[in-house]
Each structure stands twice: as C-alpha cells, then as structure tokens.
Design a binder for this molecule. Structure first.
Ligand SMILES: [Fe+2]
Length: 137
C-alpha cells in the first residue's frame, strides 16, 4: 500500500514537510515498481531505492538538525540520537540486502516494503511530529 500524505503529517515547517513528502515519494516509486513487476521488485530497483533513501535521509536529517538548532528546539539532542539510529537501521538493512540475506525476490520485496513503511512512520510520525508547534518557520 503506498503511503498517502495526510495533513496530520505536517510539522508546520515548509522545508521539512517538503523533505518528508520527498522521502515518501521515494517509497511510493518503489511501490510502483513492485506493482509493475507483478508484486515483486527486481534487485536494481531495491538497490536504487535504498541508495536514494540513504542519500536523501542524510541530507534531510542534517537540514532538520540545523533548523532545530537555529530555532532552539529543546528536543534537538534526542532527535540527533534518533536520526543516528534511523541511519544505522537503514544501513543495517542495506547490508542485509547486499549480502543477499533478504531472500528470493518476492520475499525481499515484502521485507523491503515493510521496512520502508516502518522506517518512515518511525521517523515522521513518531519522532518529527513532536516538533509540531514547538518550532516555527
Ligand atoms: Fe524529518
């Protein structure tokens, strides 16, 4: 199921919300590739999705932390820890994939979809929504 952007996901800072929409669109493009592949993704699209996610997440987390710092957000230290953990979990997943430990394509696709959804929900809904109303553009 593609992740549909909902207004409740807005943290109220345009740059951050735009970044989040972009991260979701990376996952949704993957979802599209799965659909076109009759329920499974090929190795190339898994690899390219993970690479895009990793690059964009690094940039996004850095941007978010700079903004939080500038605005004196009291959750900055905690957020840095959460961001590091998210990057580590993404990296661990990439290692699993690179080592061929995600299983055959159908299984790998399923694990990848579940991972991306959980990762995005953890990041946007569980961590970043705490910023809502605490920092303003
Ligand atoms: Fe974020």
């Amino acid at each position: 199921m593609p992740i549909v952007w909902r207004d409740q996901m807005n943290v109220g800072i345009p740059e951050i919300d735009a970044d989040h929409r972009h991260l979701i669109s990376i996952a949704n493009e993957f979802e599209g590739a799965v659909r076109r592949g009759a329920g499974q993704a090929d190795e190339l699209s898994i690899r390219s999705t993970l690479r895009q996610m990793q690059h964009y997440a690094r940039d996004h987390f850095a941007r978010e932390e700079r903004m939080q710092e500038k605005m004196g957000y009291d959750g900055l230290a905690e957020n840095k820890i959460q961001h590091a953990m998210l990057l580590r979990s993404l990296n661990d997943f990439i290692v699993l994939f690179s080592d061929g430990r995600l299983g055959p394509p159908a299984e790998a696709t399923e694990k990848m979809t579940a991972f991306l959804n959980r990762w995005l929900v953890d990041h946007i809904l569980k961590i970043d929504l705490k910023m809502k109303g605490k920092i303003t553009p």
